[in-house]
Design a protein around this ligand. Structure first.
Ligand code: IPM
Ligand code: MG
Length: 365
């Protein structure tokens, strides 16, 4: 099997966590006898510096020619005052739209070894395992008209039938492979677009009667995530609500530095850590590579259909944490403080160890 990966390291800590992910990806690919081709391209501020544009046609082309896109992070104070369409964030939004990445999967799963590093109580967290499925190419992020003048600012929250239907269908399919439960988040008590969303989700539900469907207002959902996160399996949300709720869900894992994501469309897919570019710690070896590595694990699962490889990668992360290794963002008393590079090496060593154990297991059976 040969796969092409477009690598977009981006800004801030983006390049260093991408580098970590590439090292792990390469190890995994070798173990599973697959060949990979990486093609690197600029995005965000790094691209703006060179081409006066945060996303060039050339970078887009590299993505179109890939089996999967891996992105580090974009943004930084240097480009904050640029007009909207030149900001690094605009590159990300355009990429999502151009590649048709309508579904964003953000798992909120607690790693056992980190249960004490969250600001939430252990009893609240134990057993938490849900995913936020966020619609990614519609809603208020893209609705027209939009703009502002001297007296007013405006955006439009808008969804078409087809946009809601396809994300709802994906939610039901995902739930059917998990614990058969969907919580669809909206603000149907106030917003017409939410009532529309709710109606369509109920329509789609008829095709998946075995899945339990609940509706929840977004304000209540925000509260329920920190009150009792165990109640959720698949949280289905629109673009803006998912943006907000996935950051809240991020704190369940103890640090945003732990949260991976996959953005999936009919033809393309992009994997990126949920965290930002953290310019304050860039280049100091302090960044946590685990969200990037975990995003790579999602890539093996969703794009390469190698669920075994993906599981082993997750297990390698779990084992590394269990051994006490921590980057500064997740460090606590008694843990072993390590750099980005050391953390990456640990994950790779654990992967090799687990892989060999499993291989031996197979042969001795
Ligand atoms: C995210 C980010 C982006 C978003 C920004 C950087 C445009 O917050 O991926 O959650 O709002 O979608
Ligand atoms: Mg966000």
């Amino acid at each position: 099997m040969n796969k092409k990966i477009a690598l977009l390291p981006g800004d801030g800590i983006g390049p260093e966590v991408t580098d970590s992910a590439v090292k792990v990806i390469t190890t995994v690919a070798e173990s599973f006898n697959m060949s990979l081709e990486f093609k690197e391209a600029l995005i965000g501020g790094a691209s703006f510096e060179k081409y006066d544009s945060p996303l060039t046609d050339e970078t887009l082309q590299t993505c179109y020619n890939s089996d999967a896109v891996f992105l580090g992070a974009v943004g930084g104070p240097k480009w904050e005052s640029l007009p909207h369409h030149l900001k690094p964030e605009a590159a990300l939004l355009k990429l999502r739209k151009e590649l048709g990445l309508f579904a964003n999967i953000r798992p909120a799963k607690i790693y056992n070894a980190l249960i004490n590093s969250s600001t939430l109580k252990k009893e609240v967290l134990e057993g938490t395992d849900f995913i936020v499925l966020r619609e990614l190419t519609g809603g208020i992020y893209f609705g027209q008209p939009r703009g502002f003048d001297k007296d007013r600012g405006w955006n439009t929250m808008e969804y078409s039938y087809g946009e809601v239907e396809r994300i709802a269908r994906m939610a039901f399919k995902l739930a059917a492979e998990r614990r058969n439960k969907i919580t669809s988040v909206d603000k149907a008590n106030v917003l017409e677009v939410s009532q529309f969303w709710r109606n369509i989700v109920h329509e789609v539900h008829k095709d998946f009667p075995e899945v339990e469907l609940n509706n929840m207002y977004v304000d209540n959902a925000a509260m329920q995530i920190v009150r009792n996160p165990k109640q959720f399996d698949v949280l289905l949300t629109s673009n803006l609500f998912g943006d907000i709720l996935s950051d809240i869900a991020g704190m369940i894992t103890g640090s945003l530095g732990m949260l991976p994501s996959a953005s999936i469309g009919n033809k393309y897919a992009l994997y990126e850590p949920v965290h930002g570019s953290a310019p304050d710690i860039a280049g100091q070896g302090k960044s946590n590579p685990l969200a990037a590595i975990s995003s790579a694990a999602m890539m093996f699962n969703y794009s390469f259909h190698m669920s075994k490889a993906s599981e082993l990668m997750e297990e390698s992360i779990e084992r590394t944490l269990a051994a006490g290794y921590r980057t500064p963002d997740i460090s606590s008393e008694g843990s072993i403080l390590v750099s980005t590079e050391q953390m990456t090496t640990c994950v790779i060593e654990n992967f090799n160890e687990i892989f060999n154990e499993q291989a031996l297991g197979v042969f001795t059976l």
